[in-house]
Design a protein around this ligand. Structure first.
Ligand code: ZN
Length: 123
């Protein structure tokens, strides 16, 4: 084995170590993402069960029906101009005249607190 072979073997070992390390980091990130997805699915199921329980209580105490709920969901869905199953939150006008993005707490132009919105807009 000459000097070139030794240098080349060392370079191959170092490359293999780097690949192995990158795979390990990638595996860790995938496991973490899988855990986050599982946690979100669990939270979603708890939220759905809680919403259903609340709705049953509302129906029992007010006389509202599933048809009322279905229609209200439809109204909220189409309020943004699109029937897409989502309620898109629109920008709101600031006292300075600028439109304030729904996801920010203050006007990006004058710094005034964002105009009052529905509490549901922050969910
Ligand atoms: Zn402003």
């Amino acid at each position: 084995m000459d000097l070139f072979d030794v240098a080349q073997s060392r370079q191959i070992r170092m490359t293999n170590n780097r690949v192995s390390s990158a795979e390990s980091v990638s595996d860790h990130r995938m496991r973490r993402a899988d855990n986050e997805i599982a946690e979100l699915a669990e939270r979603f199921e708890r939220m759905r069960t809680t919403c259903e329980a609340m709705w049953q209580l509302v129906c029992e105490t007010t006389g509202l029906t599933d048809a009322h709920l279905t229609y209200r969901v439809y109204e909220l869905d189409v309020a943004d101009g699109q029937k897409d199953g989502k309620r898109t939150i629109k920008s709101t006008p600031c006292e300075c005249g600028a439109m304030v993005n729904a996801k920010v707490a203050a006007c990006q132009f004058c710094g005034a607190p964002a105009p009052a919105r529905s509490p549901w807009d922050s969910v």
